[in-house]
Write a protein that binds this ligand. Structure first.
Ligand SMILES: C[S@@+](CC[C@H](N)C(=O)[O-])C[C@H]1O[C@@H](n2cnc3c(N)ncnc32)[C@H](O)[C@@H]1O
Length: 260
């Protein structure tokens, strides 16, 4: 499932798009840093992507192992962070993760848990995380409450148009999505049109690709049940990166989970 979504093709745009589009989400790093800095210790980061959070974890942790299934994202992370004695990089699907260590903190940022599309995969992954969690360790993850709540939008609609300084290209992104209400899954097809403007690169060339992704809605009560099924418990839920309470318009729910 998840690996059929073309993360590798999207890698050149990920950091750039995150930077221009995700003003609120980018504060998540403050939550993860603050939760680890109290104790330091070892961190396992699942779905690390290009290392957006990793670079900040390295400042507050003694040791960080990162895991992702997309090789191009891991290559980008190595380009950005270089080889570091405190950093271990593992390519694995999160459902199958099997490492010889246990960690003080396990992190899944930016709705990564919601890429698991079935209850079976969700529980299986939580069980794998439990196996890698030290006795008094914590699992930290954020969930977006806004997945699969709208009506389907099957025709492409314009989402943004921005200039990419490094690629020297105008990038137009059009989005469309289908909602499966029974399964609570939102399937996106995001079309990128990259129009190069610079002689030295590919002036006049236009590239197009479609990025597919799917996320599942997870309710708070459901998350508690999933944790129970994996013999874990939800210890705390915050409604904002600065440890605020959950409100109707909270952009993220930040879960703190530990052993039962
Ligand atoms: C939205 S990105 C988040 C990246 C990073 N955590 C951040 O906050 O910027 C989701 C990441 O999860 C990875 N991913 C998705 N499904 C996965 C799976 N089944 N196993 C491991 N990684 C997965 C993708 O390759 C991608 O890098």
């Amino acid at each position: 499932m998840n690996n059929t979504f073309n993360w590798n093709e999207f890698v050149e745009l990920y950091d750039w798009e995150f930077d221009i589009m995700c003003d609120e989400q980018k504060h998540d790093v403050e939550f993860y840093q603050s939760m680890i800095a109290k104790k330091r210790g070892s961190v396992l980061e699942i779905g690390c992507g290009t290392g957006r959070i990793t670079q900040h974890l390295l400042v507050v942790a003694d040791y960080v192992t990162v895991v992702d299934s997309a090789p191009a994202f891991l290559e980008k992370l190595i380009d950005k962070l270089g080889e570091q004695p405190k950093l271990e990089i593992v390519r694995s699907d999160m459902r199958d993760i099997d490492l010889p260590k246990r960690y003080d903190h396990i992190i899944m940022s930016y709705s990564t848990f919601q890429y698991l599309l079935t209850t079976e995969d969700q529980v299986k992954t939580l069980q794998r995380l439990k196996k890698h969690l030290s006795d008094d360790g914590q699992i930290l993850l954020d969930i977006s409450p806004f997945i699969a709540i709208a009506e389907s939008q099957l025709e492409y609609i314009p989402y943004y148009h921005h200039y990419h300084e490094v690629l020297k290209a105008n990038i137009t992104m059009l989005t469309s999505y289908r909602i499966d209400n029974d399964e609570k899954i939102q399937y996106w097809k995001d079309k990128y049109i990259i129009n190069y403007t610079d002689e030295s690169i590919k002036k006049g060339q236009i590239e197009k690709f479609v990025h597919h992704l799917a996320l599942r809605r997870v309710e708070i009560e459901e998350m508690k049940q999933l944790c129970q099924m994996a013999n874990l418990q939800v210890k705390q839920i915050y409604g904002s990166y600065d440890h605020g309470i959950i409100k109707k318009d909270s952009n993220n729910w930040f879960f703190v989970i530990n052993h039962y």
